[in-house]
Design a protein around this ligand. Structure first.
Ligand SMILES: Nc1ncnc2c1ncn2[C@@H]1O[C@H](COP(=O)(O)OS(=O)(=O)O)[C@@H](OP(=O)(O)O)[C@H]1O
Ligand SMILES: [Mg+2]
Length: 414
């Protein structure tokens, strides 16, 4: 694809070529279903929509009641990852000072959300569609946003065209309404998709780790999660600060409830089952935490590690790639302690947490409670989030509670 980062004052993505028009493309939003189905070119969409009974039979045969949703989720995040990779490469090659200008990441954020929502709607047949996602279209509907809206439209349409799975072209109005598909409030009943279109936006801008994180809630429980991590080494992080050792890069983690967790390459290698590490002595453990100190209190995590006797320095990587790396045993512990007042969003943990639990790990808040994804767009939890294997969890919880108590006592003396 030939999109590039423009060097205009507003420095947004500019398509360097007009959209190709060799095939008749169906405009989006779609006309009513019967006419749309005559035009769609997606074989996946045809097979998933053709017969709900066929989907159910296929799911039961695979032993995974969410097999159809899993296939659709993987396809959706893989498509979005293509768009994100294009934009990140453009940022890296453009010389644009990413920190000074956030508009490329804005384009990628919206574009990723549109592609995931659209792809799910095309390929998942059952029930009403509900998506809880990070972005809405309010900013794009304001005066002055016309150019960025055009850039998003071009980028989304180019990605769909290059991918070849769907014979659809978005109008600008279609782009705005597709973004607003993500406005659902979630909750304890029914099914809700939960999406972070680019988790780890700061990592994305730095050229480091980020993830497209998608989960499915069913009756308030996370039943499925996929994490596309385009910059994560496929087999493991062997270097303590997250660099690869010449390994293939681009990992897709997935998990469905009761069926375990897997990793495969983003370009489609066979899935490999993954498990958390079996370390039972914290002295041999390493721990993951946020790269950004504004997102997690590094002094508190340092004190927890000291209490546990952890020898290795922290492994700091952006986004839910940390959950994926933990799930396949690259490290033993994940610690996340946001500063006071921060409210965790469900899309920052839903996909990652099921990948870890289905790999045999445990994810709780700082008091040892399970995370509750049924309360709407936010998690209502105690202080922080911790994850590790079953062997280390009791000593980790003890160290966490001691360290928090000491921090609170020190604060009360000030
Ligand atoms: N102040 C503050 N405190 C805690 N957390 C915050 C804060 N601000 C943002 N966020 C959320 O952190 C998400 C990024 O995930 P991580 O913190 O794991 O990665 S990172 O190292 O910071 O990149 C990040 O996700 P994205 O916004 O999708 O990038 C945010 O949801
Ligand atoms: Mg996020």
């Amino acid at each position: 694809m030939a999109a590039r980062v423009g060097l205009l004052p507003h420095a947004i993505l500019v398509s360097s070529r007009a959209l190709p028009t060799p095939r008749a493309r169906v405009p989006y939003p779609l006309p009513p279903v019967p006419s749309y189905l005559r035009h769609a070119s997606s074989s996946a969409s045809r097979s998933c929509r053709a017969s709900p009974r066929f989907v159910a039979v296929r799911a039961m045969a695979s032993g995974n009641p969410y097999a159809a949703e899993l296939a659709a989720a993987k396809k959706a995040v893989t498509l979005a990852a293509k768009l994100c990779q294009t934009v990140q490469q453009d940022i890296m090659h453009s010389g644009v000072q990413a920190k000074a200008d956030k508009s490329p990441v804005t384009v990628a954020d919206y574009g990723s959300q549109i592609l995931v929502g659209f792809s799910l709607k095309m390929d998942v047949s059952s029930g009403p569609f509900s998506l809880v996602a990070e972005e809405d279209s309010d900013e794009l509907r304001k005066d002055g946003a016309e150019e960025i809206l055009e850039d998003i439209t071009d980028l989304v349409n180019e990605t769909i065209f290059d991918d070849g799975s769907y014979n659809i072209s978005f109008t600008k109005e279609g782009i705005l309404s597709a973004i607003d598909d993500g406005k659902s409030e979630g909750g304890p009943s029914g099914r809700h998709w939960v999406l972070d279109p680019i988790d780890g936006t700061k990592g994305f801008l730095r050229g480091d780790q980020y993830a497209i994180a998608l989960a499915l809630l069913d009756e308030g429980k996370v039943v499925l999660g996929v994490l596309a991590c385009p910059n994560l080494p496929l087999s493991s992080i062997n270097n303590i600060n997250g660099n690869s050792s010449g390994d293939k890069v681009g990992a897709l983690f997935s998990a469905t409830i009761g069926c375990g967790a897997q990793v495969e390459s983003l370009d489609g290698s066979p899935p490999q089952k993954i498990s958390v590490c079996s370390i039972d002595n914290p002295v041999n453990a390493s721990f993951f935490e946020s790269y950004e100190s504004a997102h997690s209190m590094h002094d508190l995590t340092g004190s927890i590690a000291e209490k546990l006797g952890v020898q290795a320095p922290p492994v700091r990587i952006d986004s839910q790639a940390k959950y994926g790396a933990l799930a396949r045993g690259d490290g033993a512990i994940y610690l996340r302690f946001p500063h006071k007042g921060y409210r965790e969003k469900i899309w920052d943990h839903a996909a990652g947490s099921i990948v870890v639990t289905e790999a045999g790990g445990i994810v709780t808040d700082a008091a040892g409670n399970d995370l509750d994804f049924s309360k709407g767009r936010f998690l209502d939890l105690d202080t922080g989030i911790i994850a590790t294997n079953k062997e280390l969890m009791p000593s980790l919880l003890k160290a966490v509670q001691e360290a928090i108590k000491e921090t609170n006592q020190a604060a009360s003396l000030l």
